[in-house]
Design a binder for this molecule. Sequence first.
Ligand SMILES: NC(=O)c1ccc[n+]([C@@H]2O[C@H](COP(=O)([O-])OP(=O)(O)OC[C@H]3O[C@@H](n4cnc5c(N)ncnc54)[C@H](OP(=O)(O)O)[C@@H]3O)[C@@H](O)[C@H]2O)c1
Length: 306
Amino acid sequence: MKILVTGATGYIGGSVAAKLLAAGHRVVGLTRSDDGAAKLKALGIEPLVGSLISLDLLAVAARGVDAVINAANSDDPFAVEAILPALEGTGKSFIHTSGSSIIADRGAGNASDLVFHEDTPYRSLPERQGRLAVEQLVLSYGQRGVRTCVIRPTLIYGTGLGLHKKSIQVPRMLDLAISKGKALHIGAGENIWSNVHIDDVTDLYLLILEKAPPGSLFYAENGECSMRAVAQAISRLLGYGGKTESWPMAEALKEWGISAHATFASNSRVSALKARKMLDWQPKGVALLEDIEHGSYRESQSAAKA
Ligand SMILES: NC(=O)c1ccc[n+]([C@@H]2O[C@H](COP(=O)([O-])OP(=O)(O)OC[C@H]3O[C@@H](n4cnc5c(N)ncnc54)[C@H](OP(=O)(O)O)[C@@H]3O)[C@@H](O)[C@H]2O)c1
């Protein structure tokens, strides 16, 4: 198949593009820069220079491929509004990348018992309402002749398979620990996130492309742990002996802005039983805490020091 990937220079999109190439597909990759285009070309990806507001360009490109994977920005409505009508009635696949912070709470570092499945009712935080609206638009095209699917990855970890090697949460917590000389978690750090290895996420995209029904939604997770446990693993990685300290919510908000709440201080606990059962997804990546302390995060720390 020939597949358009937005975010092809990024962590998720680049990793998915690499897996698609390895599986024998042709990939067209969107990037905003000439530099990005040259780097994509070197990887065997056909570059498409434009942005998520290059609406005509995106619509034309979508008509010229067999499937689209949207992995540039989970919150952007414009690209979705441009591409979906261009695919209406074609039966082509459109896979949209969302995230499990759709069901995140205002935990502020405190734990929650709630674990969400795809059909569990929830109320998104105000700052995630836009993301939810984009998802709903995408899923609605399942009734309009597009094989649309939404994937909600949790905390993704591990080294990216494309140009951008780093994910969001663990690298940000690691950088924070290095800059402060101590590992921090927001508040009590008892808030829990489900997590999933990038290799397993990319496998799920390929399975969705192959066999998911139109209008379907999938969580992606393969375990969970508290943010304090993440901070403790970072502390051991950095030689701080596993000791961590609490970071007041107000300070985290000052330094990290609004994402401090939904992305770092919330609970986001989900089950990916549906993907395992319906698509036979079998995640097998190394566990998060092991990967921080003894795996890819230790390797990149050693490489940075060398
Ligand atoms: N990483 C995670 O753990 C995770 C989990 C769940 C959801 N998500 C969400 O998934 C999305 C992608 O995450 P990521 O970690 O892969 O991010 P990333 O590494 O920053 O990659 C995003 C890519 O999208 C492209 N891009 C950004 N804005 C664009 C625009 N306006 N027009 C065209 N291209 C644009 C950029 O490419 P160029 O600079 O080359 O244009 C960039 O390389 C984000 O919205 C994120 O919140 C991430």
